[in-house]
Write a protein that binds this ligand. Structure first.
Ligand code: HEM
Ligand code: HEM
Length: 395
């Protein structure tokens, strides 16, 4: 059997490219769908998941990505090969519409073999994912920034282009079956290993119609993907929670909670002579105003702070003067979960101005923050909250 195609047969190289790709694609699709389904479950706090589930999902995703990139590079080689190859004449040339549709489908499949893995790859490079590509060439792409909104848009495009690919494949496989079962011609057989030439037919020319239709389908899909991606980030993106004005004896002049957030504090405080109760403090933090550099968007997701459900965090504490300094003891509420904490702090009062410094360490898992990251490889369990603030007493 010849390596190359003729006008009436497919050669071994084209057949090998075709069936290796078909096998890979038909594995990659279920891997992507199942892994994504598992990932949704892991992100959903109402679905109990174990460390084994997380490891399993990561393995499926790594397989999906690695096989996907294998398809990508095979597709590039296949396209280069096909450009200089003879194309066998269609066996149903008399049915011009059907023959044109078949050629359009082939263009769409070639395009999908490049565009679908490429958009998955860009999504992977833009996000700080936990399932690596199993290869030694790194996980990033030059020119692709680490940016969750880029990742979000490319997730949508990956999905939309996959829908185009899936629908095209159904038409393609359906067409092959029609040739075999209804037309009973040699179209399917001549693509199978071991079969040679089909009947000799005349060449047909369809003009540029197939490629124009294919490009129009991609443009529509891409436009829809970008629109949906943008729409999603903008429409569901958290708007900064407006914090109500608070009445307080002490007005905070400046201060930090280590990370940059919008927050208010109501403080009632009277310096007692002896150790004992000294007042109360109520701190409210606007979670949507939290900025954490490039991972800010990720921090807002249900897996982390779930900003849509829980737009504020609070700390309501009693202040106690101790022998050595002060403590603020009370529930810290993040993501609807309250954990009692004690914040030791130092206080310098100078007339009507007070300067406070304190540090406390909390475990993010106590607040269901970053549940899918149950080891400390990506995000440490301990979060250190450093508080430095200056307040002045209201007149
Ligand atoms: C021909 C190759 C590929 C096909 C047919 C394909 C198809 C799919 C499908 C069907 C899904 C499930 C989408 C969902 O349920 O929402 C998916 C998800 C995904 N794929 Fe691919 N994929 C391919 C290549 C790649 C490559 C090369 C990468 C990365 C290097 C990749 C990364 C991803 C990621 C990260 C997701 C999850 C997206 C999310 O978080 O919503 N894919 N893919
Ligand atoms: C069970 C699955 C599949 C069957 C039964 C099948 C069948 C066929 C047949 C019979 C042909 C020859 C058509 C002709 O001579 O006009 C063909 C060609 C082709 N198929 Fe498939 N196919 C399958 C899967 C796929 C997949 C997964 C892809 C890529 C995503 C694909 C891409 C192509 C392309 C691009 C051609 C044009 C010939 C070439 O340049 O290789 N096929 N297929």
């Amino acid at each position: 059997m010849s390596l190359s195609n003729t006008h009436f047969s497919y050669g071994t190289v084209t057949k090998s490219f075709h069936w290796i790709t078909a096998l890979l694609i038909l594995s990659i699709i279920p891997l992507g769908l199942v892994a994504n389904h598992l990932a949704q479950d892991i992100k959903n706090v109402n679905v109990p998941t174990t460390d084994a589930d997380i490891a399993f999902a990561a393995t499926l995703f790594s397989m999906h990505k690695t096989l996907g990139l294998t398809v990508f590079f095979i597709a590039l080689a296949r396209i280069l090969w096909t450009i200089r190859e003879t194309q066998p004449h269609p066996l149903n040339a008399k049915n011009r519409l059907e023959a044109t549709a078949a050629e359009t489908v082939h263009w769409l499949l070639y395009g999908s073999l490049v565009a679908v893995p490429l958009t998955g790859w860009i999504h992977h490079a833009a996000t700080t994912g936990f399932a690596p590509i199993w290869w030694p060439f790194g996980q990033n792409l030059p020119f692709v920034p680490k940016d969750e909104s880029v990742a979000e848009i490319f997730t949508k495009i990956h999905w939309i282009l996959f829908l185009v690919m899936g629908a095209t494949l159904l038409a393609h496989i359906g067409g092959a079956m029609k040739h075999f079962v209804i037309d009973r011609d040699f179209t399917l057989q001549r693509m199978l290993p071991g079969f040679g030439s089909g009947p000799e037919t005349d060449a047909t020319t369809h003009g540029p119609a197939p490629i124009i239709v294919a490009v129009a389908v991609w443009a529509a899909a891409l436009g829809g993907g970008i629109y949906l991606g943008d729409f999603d980030t903008h429409a569901s993106g958290p708007s900064a929670e407006k914090l109500a004005e608070v009445q307080s004896d002490w007005q905070v002049q400046d201060g930090t909670l280590t990370i940059d957030v919008n927050w208010t504090a109501a403080i009632t405080f009277d310096e007692p002579e002896r150790p004992g109760p000294a007042g109360v403090v109520n701190v409210t933090v606007s979670i949507p105003s939290l900025t954490l550099g490039t991972v800010t968007d990720q921090a807002m997701t249900p897996d982390f702070f779930d900003v849509d459900q829980f737009p504020t965090a609070t700390f309501d504490a009693d202040i106690l003067k101790t022998d050595t300094g002060y403590t603020a003891t009370g529930p810290l509420t993040i993501k609807g979960k309250s954990v009692p904490i004690t914040l030791p702090f130092e206080l310098d009062i100078n007339g009507n101005a007070a300067h406070m410094t304190g540090t406390v360490e909390v475990n993010r898992l106590d607040f269901n923050v970053g549940q899918s990251m149950r080891d400390e490889a990506s995000v440490a369990f301990a979060i250190v909250i450093n508080i430095v603030l200056t307040a002045t007493r209201s007149e």
